[in-house]
Design a protein around this ligand. Structure first.
Ligand SMILES: Nc1ncnc2c1ncn2[C@@H]1O[C@H](COP(=O)(O)OP(=O)(O)OP(=O)(O)O)[C@@H](O)[C@H]1O
Length: 661
């Protein structure tokens, strides 16, 4: 399979239209790009909206703490005066104590609530993103580096966390206090207020140029963090290939480039943030000097009382703290805005709406995933083994030891056409039927379209035209959850996951009994392997099952598949040569599976499928021939050549050209 990772477009926030489960609703063209950019600020406010009451409360708690702090010096003065004048200061002392404790309590409460809310914000964002990423449509997954997607969950969300809480509170607090101060200054002297506002607006205009740059720098830094993740993901995911090719230096350089870019962007952001701090101080100083100059002249001319000028100048210094809060908050908001765009891009990608939801997430739908969250198309827990019967898997309750109790429907491809986005057609009108309860092998040269057919059967992609039917029913009419419950898929590469053998077996059948497990191990001839392992089922298989042989991995994956009681088993056979005993064991495992369900097998080693009921020979996305091994050896040149290259027939006995369809 070929994949090309594409960067996400710069900024998007509107959710893309969701596809429905029914026929004809899924897009068939290139993977849909996110919708047009929306307002990042609106997206940020959406994160804060559920917490608006708590955030307002923290605002008032902060104000309360400030007021208590402002009163303390007055009460302290009262205590000192009382002591020097030999008065009773008990009340003043008690009041001072209450103010100190109340101030500390209010500050503590405000900080705790604010932090708790920011943790909740980040939790909601991460849950929502994880939920979506896990359900992202396969064409989207094909195009995007996982490391970058991971960075959006881990790193971008953290950038938004403070902006949506503390940043908003600081901006509101600063703006409210500033407005109050400006009104009071207007009461003292309108002319001096005009001077002050002129200076502040001048500084504000410069700030207006700087603040968006903070946002751009953060967006750039976050994109670089994503690129670091993508580079590492690539290097670590292919760790053995990197080492075997001595490519450590090249892979390090690739990550270092992104690290350098993140550093540069971080520095740019820090530079602009420092400028904002400087400007906030400059604004106050400049306003002070301007008011001193103009006010001094007015005092000299006798049109302003000196006490008015002093009062006004005191107000200017009083502006410093709310101004710093406003600017600090705006800086934080810009940081959040720089990151929320990348989060919204992921939120706008199309997901599979019709797959099962974990129970916890179904419960959380009402709150956490508001604003384009899951629709709950499928029921909770239906991936669990215990719930399998009720989840509509007809063979779910069938005893493993009784093949006849299973359901093995026919599978039919009817003139199926499909092209990957921007590529020549991969399937050019595929038609054939797999009779129920039989083995059909797909063979052909590399790139013929075999894996693509499996992908379409599971609705990872939708055909451009034609139908795939299971038991006479077009699979486009089934939800993906329903469809995938009927099918088990054993991948060619890494069909086993890190964890123990038991974890792997129970992966999709959490309630499987010990008897069931013993039975599938016997059917796949893994019982002899288990008997040799000191830790038995608790043996760790390592990353992607690396401690098992290729044949053992495939058989373990078949055992896991059988535990799910599928109606259709898709087996993408590993290309690696197996030793005779492993090959025999794999054949037996497939035979056992075929007694219980319909088996489609991508075969690279024809020796494993010579006794299949049907072999379909594919070439360039079309069916070239179909029949049994014996038929095809006599009738199809390509098949015969394949068989000859694997020493299944003598090379010199070539079939007549005209026999080839
Ligand atoms: N995700 C993808 N995006 C774009 N093109 C793809 C993708 N996967 C496969 N292709 C292309 O589609 C064609 C069919 O590929 P497919 O993997 O189905 O072949 P195959 O018969 O399974 O090959 P192999 O035996 O080597 O696994 C090839 O030309 C391949 O390059």
């Amino acid at each position: 399979m070929t994949t090309a990772h594409a960067p996400l477009p710069d900024e998007v926030s509107a959710p893309a239209p969701q596809e429905g489960p029914g026929p004809g609703t899924a897009p068939t063209g290139p993977p849909s790009e996110p919708a047009a950019p929306g307002s990042p600020l609106r997206a940020l406010l959406r994160q804060a909206r559920p917490h608006r009451l708590v955030l307002t409360a923290t605002l008032f708690l902060g104000l309360g703490a400030s007021i208590s702090g402002l009163i303390q010096p007055l009460v302290a003065q009262e205590v000192l005066d009382g002591l020097s004048e030999d008065r009773n200061v008990t009340t003043a002392l008690v009041l001072l104590g209450v103010l100190v404790v109340a101030g500390a309590a209010l500050t503590g409460l405000q900080s705790w609530w604010q932090r708790r809310t920011s943790e909740k914000v980040v939790r909601t964002i991460r849950r929502d993103l994880v939920f979506r990423l896990i359900r992202l449509r396969v064409p989207e997954l094909d195009r995007r580096p996982p490391g970058d997607l991971v960075a959006r969950v881990t790193s971008d969300s953290a950038q938004v966390q403070n902006a949506a809480t503390e940043g908003l509170v600081m901006v509101t607090n600063g703006a409210l206090t500033l407005t109050g101060a400006v009104i009071l200054m207007g009461v003292v002297h309108l002319g001096l207020l005009a001077v002050t506002l002129t200076v502040l607006l001048g500084v504000g205009a410069v700030l207006g140029l700087i603040l968006p740059r903070i946002r751009q720098a953060v967006a750039r830094a976050q994109a670089s963090v994503g690129a670091i993740g993508a580079a590492l993901d690539r290097s670590l995911g292919a760790g053995r290939t990197v080492k075997a090719n001595g490519a450590e230096a090249r892979e390090t350089a690739r990550a270092e480039e992104a690290i350098g870019e993140a550093y540069e962007a971080g520095l740019a952001g820090a530079k602009y943030a420092a400028l904002v701090t400087v400007l906030s101080g400059v604004a106050i100083q400049a306003a002070f000097l301007a008011v001193l100059g103009v006010g001094g002249a007015l005092v000299a001319s006798g049109s302003l009382a000196a006490s008015e000028l002093i009062a006004f100048l005191l107000y200017i210094f009083y502006l410093a703290s709310p101004l710093a809060s406003l600017l600090g908050g705006l800086g934080m908001l810009q940081q959040g805005l720089g990151a929320i765009g990348r989060i919204e891009q992921v939120r706008s990608l199309p997901v599979e709406e019709d797959v099962d939801l974990p129970a916890a997430q179904v419960g959380a739908q009402g709150g956490s995933y508001a604003g384009g969250g899951p629709t709950g198309a499928a029921g909770a827990g239906s991936t669990g083994y215990a719930a399998a019967g009720s989840a509509g898997r007809p063979g779910a309750a069938a005893p493993l030891a009784q093949p006849d109790a299973w359901s093995a429907p026919p599978v039919e491809f009817r003139d199926v056409r499909f092209a990957y986005p921007g590529r020549a057609p991969a399937l050019r009108g595929i038609s054939f039927t797999v009779p129920g309860g039989t083995r059909t092998a797909l063979v052909g040269l590399s790139g013929a379209g075999k894996t693509t057919m499996f992908a379409l059967l599971q609705r990872f992609y939708e055909p451009e035209s034609g139908q795939i039917r299971i038991d006479g029913q077009d699979i486009a009419g089934l939800t993906r959850a329903e469809l995938r419950r009927r099918i088990a898929y054993v991948e060619q590469e890494s069909p086993v996951m890190a964890g123990t053998i038991a974890d792997n077996l129970r992966y999709a059948a959490t309630g499987a009994t010990d008897e069931d497990i013993a039975e599938v191990l016997r059917l796949t001839r893994l019982d002899t392997l288990l008997a040799r392992l000191p830790e038995g089922l608790d043996t760790e298989v390592g990353n992607r099952g690396v401690t098992l042989s290729g044949g053992e991995r495939q058989r373990l994956a078949i055992a896991r598949a059988l535990l799910r009681r599928p109606q259709v088993l898709l087996l993408d056979e590993a290309t690696a040569q197996l030793d005779a005993s492993n090959e025999q064991a794999l054949r037996e495992a497939v035979d056992q599976a075929a007694r219980r369900c319909t088996v489609l097998l991508i075969a690279h080693r024809l020796s494993t499928v010579t006794d299949a009921e049907q072999i379909v020979v594919l070439e360039g996305g079309s069916v070239r021939a179909a029949g049994t091994h014996e038929n095809l050896v006599g009738a199809d040149l390509l098949y015969r050549e394949l068989a000859a290259s694997q020493m299944l027939v003598p090379a010199e006995e070539r079939p007549p050209e005209e026999a080839v369809r």
